[in-house]
Design a protein around this ligand. Structure first.
Ligand SMILES: Cc1cc2nc3c(=O)[nH]c(=O)nc-3n(C[C@H](O)[C@H](O)[C@H](O)COP(=O)(O)OP(=O)(O)OC[C@H]3O[C@@H](n4cnc5c(N)ncnc54)[C@H](O)[C@@H]3O)c2cc1C
Length: 471
C-alpha cells in the first residue's frame, strides 16, 4: 500500500464511515475551483466532526507525509482550496463542523465552528438582535473557516474592517497535531507573536482553523440607500469625505463607472438607471442605524443635498422603498455578470492607498488601453477601502482565445502598475495558486523570506496546503 492508501485506511478508523468519502461522484464537485479554472484530484475527502478528529487526522497526515487541503465552501477566488492534479493531496472538508457553540448579545460575541456558513451566522445573530457585520456574494455557501483563512472583506469593510478586525480569537490544529486555543476571550494577552493573527489570511498553510470567536454589533434598525452621479473618481472620494465629516452612518460606498451601469442595463433583466441623464461615474451609498428612532433616510437626504449644493455631485436619488434599495444594489452586484454576457473579461482585485485610488483608476485604464489597443479597462467597487475590481474587457472583435493569448501580459501590466503605485496585487482574495507566480515576481524579497521562514518553522513536513500562498 502507498502512503495515501495507508492514510485513507487509518483515517477510516479515526473518523468512522461518515468521516471518509471515497466515492468519486461525491468527490468530483469539490476538486475544481469556484471559477472553474483549476482542476485538481483527491482520492478521498476527510470530513471530521470535531476538533479532536481534526487533530487526529493532522497527526496521521504528518505520520504518512501526505498533504491536506482544508476546504470550506470552495467559493475562494484563487484556487486555494483546490488540491493538486496528481492525487497526492487529500481534501479536508470542514463542512460537518457547523455548530454555533455560543452567541451572546451581552458579550457581543459568537463562537462558531469553522464549517458554519456565513448566512447561518447572520440569521443566528439576527435572532438575538445583533449582526455579524461582514457580508459578500457567496454568503450562502462560504464558511467561517474559509472567510478567516482568506481574511475576507466585502461591502462593509469601510465601517467594520475585514475579518482581521472581526475575529476575537481562533482555535486551530497546528501542523504537528497540537491544538491552539485562542477562544478564551482574553482582552489582554501579550505572550508574544499572535498565533490568531498569523492564522487569519494564512489560506490553510499553517494549520486547520476549527472554531472562531467573532465580534457582533447591534442589528440594523433601518437603512437608507442612495445613488449619486459624479464627474470623476476624485469627486467620488470627495463625496465620501464630505459624508464622513457629517454623519457616522455611512457603511457602504461603491464606485460604479457609467460604462458598467450601461452594461448592466443592457444585459441584466429588470434593471433601470437610478438617475435621469448621464454621469460619467456613479456612487452607491448605504447608511445604516441601529436606533429605531433615527430617521436615517432624512439624514442622508440632507447631507447629499449639501453635497449637491457644493457641486461635489451632479445629482442623487434616495431609494424610496426597500425594493428600490435592493434594485440599486443589484446594479452593483451584477456588474461582473453583465461583463461576462458582453464578452471576455479579465478581473483584478487590487488595492492602493485610498487617496491615490482616483488617479490610479484613470491613469491605469489609459495605460492599459494604450498598450493593448481595443480593450476597455475600468475600475469599480470599494473606493473607500482603496480596493477596486480593475477589469479589462476584450475588444468586440477579439478572438475566442483572447483570454489565453493576452491575459497573462495584461495582468502583468496591471500588477506592475499597482506595484509601482505601492499597492497590492491581491486586496481581498488572497494568493492561492492563481496569483502565486505574480506574487513571487513582484513581492519584496523580505516578505517572501519571512513567509517561507514561518512556513518552514510551523510546517516543516509541508503537510498543510503546499503549493499555495508561499512561493
Ligand atoms: C460570489 C462571490 C463573491 C465574493 N465576494 C467577495 C468579497 O466581496 N470579498 C472577499 O473578500 N471575498 C469574496 N469572495 C471570495 C471569498 O474569499 C470566499 O467566498 C470566502 O472567503 C471563502 O470561504 P470558503 O468557505 O468558500 O473557503 P474555501 O474556498 O473553501 O477556502 C478558501 C481558502 O481558505 C482555506 N480554508 C478553508 N477553510 C479552512 C479552515 N477551516 N482552516 C484553514 N484553512 C481553511 C482553504 O484551504 C483555501 O486556501 C467571493 C466569492 C464569491 C463566489
Amino acid at each position: 500500500m502507498d502512503a495515501v492508501s495507508k492514510l485513507i485506511s487509518a483515517a477510516g478508523h479515526a473518523l468512522g464511515p461518515k468521516g471518509v468519502i471515497t466515492d468519486p461522484k461525491e468527490i468530483e464537485p469539490w476538486v475544481t475551483d469556484w471559477r472553474g479554472r483549476v482542476h485538481g484530484s483527491s482520492p478521498a475527502i476527510f470530513a471530521p466532526a470535531s476538533t479532536e478528529e481534526v487533530a487526529a487526522i493532522v497527526r496521521l497526515a504528518a505520520e504518512h507525509r501526505v498533504p491536506l487541503v482544508p476546504q470550506g465552501g470552495n467559493t475562494g477566488m484563487v484556487a486555494g482550496a483546490t488540491p493538486a492534479a496528481d492525487g497526492s493531496q487529500i481534501l479536508l472538508s470542514m463542512r460537518r463542523m457547523n455548530r454555533i457553540h455560543a452567541i451572546s448579545a451581552d458579550n457581543r460575541l459568537a463562537v462558531a465552528e469553522a464549517g458554519v456558513v456565513l448566512a447561518t451566522l447572520h440569521e443566528a445573530a439576527n435572532d438575538i438582535g445583533m449582526r455579524f457585520p461582514l457580508t459578500l456574494g457567496a454568503r450562502g455557501s462560504c464558511t467561517i473557516g474559509g472567510l478567516t483563512s482568506t481574511n475576507a472583506g466585502g461591502t462593509q469593510v469601510l465601517r467594520f474592517g475585514t475579518m482581521r478586525s472581526l475575529v476575537a480569537g481562533v482555535e486551530a490544529v497546528l501542523p504537528d497535531g497540537s491544538i491552539h486555543d485562542g477562544l478564551t476571550g482574553l482582552k489582554k494577552d501579550n505572550r508574544g507573536y499572535s498565533l490568531d493573527q498569523l492564522l487569519i489570511g494564512a489560506e490553510g498553510t499553517l494549520g486547520v482553523i476549527t472554531a472562531v470567536a467573532l465580534r457582533l454589533v447591534p442589528a440594523v434598525a433601518a437603512r437608507a440607500v442612495a445613488w449619486a452621479g459624479v464627474e470623476s473618481p476624485a469627486r467620488a472620494l470627495d463625496l465620501l469625505r464630505f459624508l464622513e465629516a457629517r454623519t457616522n452612518a455611512i457603511e457602504g460606498f461603491e464606485l460604479v463607472p457609467q460604462d458598467s451601469l450601461e452594461l448592466v442595463l443592457k444585459h441584466v433583466p429588470g434593471t433601470r438607471a437610478p438617475l435621469e441623464g448621464e454621469h460619467q461615474w456613479n456612487v452607491l451609498v448605504e447608511a445604516t442605524t441601529a436606533d429605531p428612532g433615527h430617521d436615517i433616510a432624512a439624514e442622508l437626504e440632507q447631507v447629499l443635498g449639501g453635497a449637491l449644493q457644493e457641486r461635489i455631485i451632479g445629482d442623487a436619488v434616495i431609494a424610496s422603498s426597500e425594493a428600490q434599495a435592493e434594485a440599486f444594489w443589484k446594479i452593483r452586484d451584477t456588474i461582473s455578470e453583465a461583463e461576462r454576457a458582453e464578452g471576455q473579461t479579465l478581473a483584478h482585485d487590487i488595492s492602493v492607498a485610498v487617496a491615490d485610488m482616483p488617479r490610479f483608476i484613470v491613469e491605469a485604464a489609459v495605460e492599459v488601453e494604450r498598450r493593448f489597443p481595443g480593450v476597455i479597462a475600468s475600475g469599480f467597487g470599494h473606493l473607500g477601502d482603496g480596493n477596486i475590481h480593475f477589469h479589462v474587457r476584450a475588444a468586440g472583435h477579439a478572438a475566442p482565445d483572447w483570454y489565453e493569448r493576452e491575459g497573462a501580459a495584461i495582468t502583468q501590466l496591471v500588477d506592475d502598475l499597482v506595484t509601482a503605485a505601492g499597492g497590492s496585487i491581491s486586496a481581498e482574495h488572497g494568493i492561492g495558486q492563481l496569483k502565486l507566480g505574480e506574487f513571487e515576481r513582484l513581492a519584496p524579497p523580505g516578505r517572501i523570506h519571512a513567509l517561507r521562514a514561518i512556513k518552514r518553522g510551523l510546517d516543516p513536513l509541508e503537510i498543510m496546503n503546499p503549493g499555495k500562498l508561499v512561493p
